[in-house]
Design a protein around this ligand. Structure first.
Ligand code: C5P
Length: 282
């Protein structure tokens, strides 16, 4: 018998992202305040399908085993000892890819939530372990909200909900390789996220974080990409409280106390040729 479950996959932004050290397993110790936002993909997950496949409105999304959604589905079924002929997922993609907005991780996490809703076969702890085996950001995307993520990204501490605000998201046209950027940061200990500690303190106090330079990868990318400099300048001069790169980019964002200011910022970014979207914390 087939069963179809609908699930949303909200994008994430990194309000702060500090890279602390290189670990023996090749990953890096991180310290990142992460937040889910209203921009989302939508999934229809069909359990008991004739095969394992992703169908997406965007042809750039891999349909087969390269897709994190299928890795998550297979990992869930293996861990829960569910024998099924397959899982098919119809994916409506809205989160830009290779952006640092966690699109692939969000989709994988949404698939895990859908399977858990349908089967209820795993404890929360087992579900989080399956999520971590799929990718470093997947445990956060599984739970969402406002959290401090440490370790590889899988250790999480719930923080107070982000103060009410609007988010202007922007994606410059270039994309970056996450592993390459993590390798590059090891060679640049002088590049630090000088604003990260203050921003984390503000979030802990329930205040809207302010400032910039809260992401350690930002200086590495602004040195090479004028488009990112332009986008960050545009967001800051539109009156953002916090302006930052998200993840390893190339997307960046601004937090605004007033929605009208965020909406104006999005329009200005679009006028300059950027992909931009208005969102809210969720
Ligand atoms: O875990 P995930 O597959 O999302 O990570 C992608 C890549 O990002 C890893 O292969 C690694 O190069 C880098 N990474 C890292 N340290 C982390 C998370 C990711 O070095 N904590």
């Amino acid at each position: 018998m087939t069963q179809t479950i609908l699930e949303r996959a909200p994008a994430k932004i990194n309000l702060t992202l500090d890279v602390l050290s290189l670990r023996e397993d090749g990953y890096h110790e991180l310290r990142s305040v992460m937040q889910t936002v209203s921009l989302c993909d939508e999934l229809a997950v069909e359990l008991g399908a004739p095969d394992w496949r992703v169908e997406c409105n965007d042809p750039a999304v891999p349909a087969g085993e390269d897709n994190l959604i299928l890795r998550a589905a297979r990992a869930y079924c293996a861990r829960a000892d569910i024998r099924t002929s397959g899982v098919r997922v119809r994916l409506e993609k809205r989160i830009p890819m290779q952006a640092g907005l966690g699109g692939g991780s969000a989709d994988a996490a949404a698939c895990l939530r859908a399977l858990q809703r349908a089967c209820g076969a795993l404890s929360e702890r087992a579900l989080l372990e399956v999520a971590a085996s799929v990718g470093s950001d997947v445990p956060f995307c599984l739970l969402g909200g406002t959290r401090l993520c440490t370790g590889r990204g899988e250790k999480m501490e719930a923080l107070p909900p982000l103060a009410p605000c609007s988010v202007a998201l922007c994606k410059p046209a270039f994309s970056v390789s996450t592993p390459a950027l993590f390798r590059a940061i090891d060679a640049h200990p002088e590049l630090t996220a000088t604003g990260a500690a203050d921003a984390e303190r503000a979030v802990r106090a329930g205040k809207l974080p302010r400032g910039k330079k809260t992401n350690r990868f930002e200086a590495l990318l602004t040195a090479e990409h004028d488009a990112l400099v332009l986008a960050l300048d545009c967001i800051e001069s539109s009156g953002a409280a916090l302006t930052s790169l998200s993840g390893t980019g190339s997307a960046c964002f601004g937090l605004f106390a007033q929605e009208s200011d965020a909406a104006r910022c999005v329009q200005t970014l679009r006028d300059r040729g950027f992909w931009a979207a208005l969102a809210h914390p969720v």
